[in-house]
Design a protein around this ligand. Structure first.
Ligand SMILES: Nc1nc2c(ncn2[C@@H]2O[C@H](COP(=O)(O)OP(=O)(O)O[C@H]3O[C@H](CO)[C@@H](O)[C@H](O)[C@@H]3O)[C@@H](O)[C@H]2O)c(=O)[nH]1
Ligand SMILES: [Mg+2]
Length: 272
């Protein structure tokens, strides 16, 4: 991977979080026992090294592999105020996991990401910088653009050198992801380059408002959030990220999720 760094100033007086800012990370987990300790360590290191207040809300859906036991051990190591386990009784879907986790966030900013290292915490300081520089409501990681863009539109020229991209997916999964973005972009025209990615930073009041209007339950949730954010007039910025497919465990994306996505696009088309 290249040593490209995003062309933005380092966190300084104008772009650093204020003393009262706190970042709540929602980590949805289903069978992530092997991944959880490392992602928590990376997150803690990222925040602590920059003196940023943080907490992690682990939303585990009764994983049979013992993810919750690992989460409890991590709470013992980092502190119960830092690693907060908020389990659910069964596998109820990714979208509703975010809704559940949001109820327990005490920060004024919320970061949502995957627990399997596909979303690397090293990008979080870039999200924070772009948010602070432009006072944005949402910053979304994009795999399909390679320059940071504070106010993307359908006309943004955003293909260049730099990060942004997917590593480790087969052709079928790449086509599903591209196709899902193409479908929603063509039908709903939200003007954001990656609608299905879930690595994002939100102002908490904004994600609370949007989530209260969302109807979907599964992976389609990410797309619905951005489409609703745009129609409500919230500001969105994009930071290029590299998405690296997981090493441990399996994706939970099923055929049902793909059908649910297509239905979600159509229902937003009728309703928005
Ligand atoms: N609590 C809970 N967590 C879940 C569930 N389904 C998945 N997760 C968790 O959600 C994260 C993403 O799941 P993966 O199964 O690893 O997703 P993926 O196939 O790698 O999909 C990625 O790409 C999609 C398309 O771009 C994204 O939509 C998705 O968010 C993710 O980034 C992981 O931390 C996983 O444990 C669920 O029903 N409940
Ligand atoms: Mg994954």
């Amino acid at each position: 991977m290249s040593s490209y760094t995003i062309d933005m100033p380092p966190l300084d007086a104008s772009t650093a979080p204020s003393g009262s800012d706190k970042y709540s990370v929602i980590l949805p987990t289903y069978n992530e026992r092997k991944n959880l300790p490392v992602i928590v360590w990376l997150l803690a290191k990222t925040f602590e090294s920059k003196g940023i207040q943080w907490e992690i809300i682990v939303v585990d859906d009764a994983s049979p592999d013992g993810t919750q036991e690992v989460a409890k051990q991590l709470a013992g190591i980092y502190g119960e105020d830092k690693v907060v386990l908020k389990p659910r009784a069964g596998k109820l879907g990714l979208g509703t996991a975010y809704v559940h986790g949001l109820n327990f966030c005490t920060g004024n900013f919320v970061i949502i990401m995957d627990a399997d290292f596909s979303h690397h915490p090293k990008f979080i300081p870039e999200f924070i910088k772009l948010q602070k520089l432009h006072n944005l409501d949402i910053v979304t990681g994009t795999r399909y653009s390679s320059v940071p863009t504070p106010f993307p539109s359908r006309n943004s020229v955003s293909v260049g050198l730099g990060p942004g991209g997917v590593y480790g997916w087969d052709l079928k999964r790449k086509l599903v992801s591209r196709g899902a973005n193409y479908l929603a972009d063509t039908v709903l025209r939200p003007g954001v380059s990656d609608l299905t990615g879930s690595f994002r930073l939100y102002r908490k009041s904004v994600i609370q408002d949007i989530i209260s209007r969302c109807t979907s339950k599964g992976y389609v949730f990410q797309m619905e959030i951005i489409v609703r954010a745009r129609s409500l007039g919230y500001t969105v910025g994009e930071v290029p990220i590299t998405f690296v497919d997981r090493i441990y465990g399996e994706s939970k994306l099923s055929g049902n999720e793909i059908v649910g996505y297509a239905k979600g696009v159509l229902s937003l088309w009728w309703g928005v």
